[in-house]
Write a protein that binds this ligand. Sequence first.
Ligand code: F6P
Length: 316
Amino acid sequence: MNPAVRAITRTGLSNGLEVYGIENGYQGIFDNQLIPLGALEVSGKIRDSGTFLSTSRCARMREEKGPADAVAILRQNKIDGLIVIGGDGSLTGASKIDQLGYPVLGLPGTIDNDLYGTDIAIGVDSALNTIIHLIDMVKATAASHRRCFVIEVMGRSSGYLALMSTVTTGSQVAVIPEYRYNMENVLANLNRRMERKHNNSVIIVAEGVCSGHDFMKHMAEAGRDRFHQEVRLTVLGHVQRGGVPTHYDRLLATRMGEFAVLALMHGETGSMVGLVQGKMQLRDFDQILGKKKSLPSDATRLARNLGIEIGDAVET
Ligand code: F6P
């Protein structure tokens, strides 16, 4: 998010605008935490994870009068337009602001990559790079001690992080919400691997299916004495959100930030910037919010062709 705030600030300044950052998410509007942003304030921010403006989940925006109160405060402060960076909740707030006739655009900012209308959101690539780095490190112990590891990753109700990290770490099983896992097949996959003299295995569990702990319990119940490896659990947790922005994310956030400012200046409102097949585009909030984003079909095919156990697609 920091590289996006930097790009918005610098593009705004280059185009003769005054730019303000709102601290603490929507709550900062109600608390009057609007701070002027210049080149100095965003200096170096392209390298930092998280957001230097800080953020929060804001209950007041979900109240009926919340969006109208927010717009009134923005107008009192002579703010002419707003760019919101966030996931489904933040963009739902932005959509309500748009319905009140106030100029607003959104940028997709969530590691879950669950926003319809963009192939990828800001933060996903950095989170995945952190995840694969950590899984690679767990694999050192898996191999040295000839163990099976269950690794729980984030993603809310999306299996994107779990699936992509399974593919790119050479792990054996992805347990994801979009597919129903079959414990018999999971154990068969791992046992086959042992028979082929591989001495370790890794199962990546998306938090949206169950906790890694519950998956371990299910494995123990179902596997009984058929699976002859020690199994250990690693829950990656919030470190997944703290990685230094990757090259890909810096560029994505910078391009999206610039695009949003130019679009807002041209009178665009009520939509989210997305990257679709390599091109920046705007999609209306009402075309994207509440829609279920599917996993890329080439990624599930790829996983299957690599011999990764993912189970059967859940009917939606
Ligand atoms: O939506 C991003 C995300 O990191 C999810 O993957 C995760 O479930 C959630 O946020 C964690 O939220 P919190 O930091 O409030 O515990």
